[in-house]
Design a binder for this molecule. Sequence first.
Ligand SMILES: C[S@@+](CC[C@H](N)C(=O)[O-])C[C@H]1O[C@@H](n2cnc3c(N)ncnc32)[C@H](O)[C@@H]1O
Length: 382
Amino acid sequence: MPVRAEFEKYRSLLNRLTAASADIGAGDGQPVWEIYVPAHRPVSRRIVDRLTRQGIACPPLDPIATFQARFYNYRRNGLKADPGFLAAAGLNLKLPPESVHMISRGSGVFLDINNADFLVEACEDSGFTMAPGLDILDFGGSTGRTVCNLAYGFPEVRWHCCDPSPVSIAWGRENHPEVNYFVSNQNPPLARGDDRLDGILAKSVWTHFSASASRRWLTELSRVVRPGGFLALTAHGPHDIARRIVYGNPSPDYGLLEKIGRKTGNGLLNKILRKFRGPSADRKDAEYRFLDMVTEKISDRGHFFSPYAPWTLSGQGDIRDAENADTSQWGLTFFTQQWFKAHLEPTPWRIAGYHIGRTGHRQDIYVLRNDKPPRDRDTPRG
Ligand SMILES: C[S@@+](CC[C@H](N)C(=O)[O-])C[C@H]1O[C@@H](n2cnc3c(N)ncnc32)[C@H](O)[C@@H]1O
């Protein structure tokens, strides 16, 4: 892999960050690990088992390294070609229309199976299983691309999905009755009683929260999850930064950010993120300045947050429809494990597992355990 000229500038920072996070997948100019294949694929396995029981031939699960590729080919060439068959198998092919939020529309029938595998695998590695009868919530689940796979793979779990976008929730409720959808607000409280849930998954939500929103939601979610329950969330951390440095790809690089402008760092992000018409070398230069902003904050305090500007709301397919939509605590966020550990201190959450560079080869997964004391046995579950 060619090491870019800019790499030298970041080498010592990169080495410090990756050593501090024990990220053996991204050190000193080595290629950054791209973790395509979850080790156990717990959701894929369940889905394949279920299809097989219904007489639908599935590709072999082994060898591990080729399974995902075969599965995807199979899906493209086989399953997707026969919607009647899929409907009979109980697989829902419906995708939301363009006007309704969904990340990555191209993946067809299994939607977000890779990330569902990563999340469940991370939970299982920390001792949390998707056992029958549990109540598990996909927090910030949008229209449900992740939770729908989970509901197919683990139909004995009671799956819930909340999001501040009433439009996303209405679509999910109508199209995926196997999941219990409800609208949440951007700010706590969550309309659930104390200890009502056994666990929560939150994919690509803490990648956007300010420190203050994060703390408020951690406190609130510890209320609704029973003692000993879990919260598995994804975050941008040192691995994501390493990936940008090593691959010479400093851009914020998210569809939303590319489409809209934003005022931060003397208009720098605005310049990068608006359809920047200057020579691409200039754009690259501006993107590296964005990366400098992130790395400076991460080195100083282990945390970076930059809110989306209010005038970008209309371009945001998710929260623009939320009641009293507000971007002051919602933007682009990076943090280190050390920062997060200290941030969790006042809450009952403790880190039970930390998995580097999983979803999209960039987001870390934190599995947290709710260490709050059990309630008085006479007090009914809320
Ligand atoms: C990047 S998307 C991720 C969606 C989904 N988890 C997935 O991976 O496909 C972020 C989601 O968080 C939702 N969201 C925004 N503010 C939130 C808040 N305060 N609490 C919970 N979810 C929020 C958005 O509406 C959006 O659906």
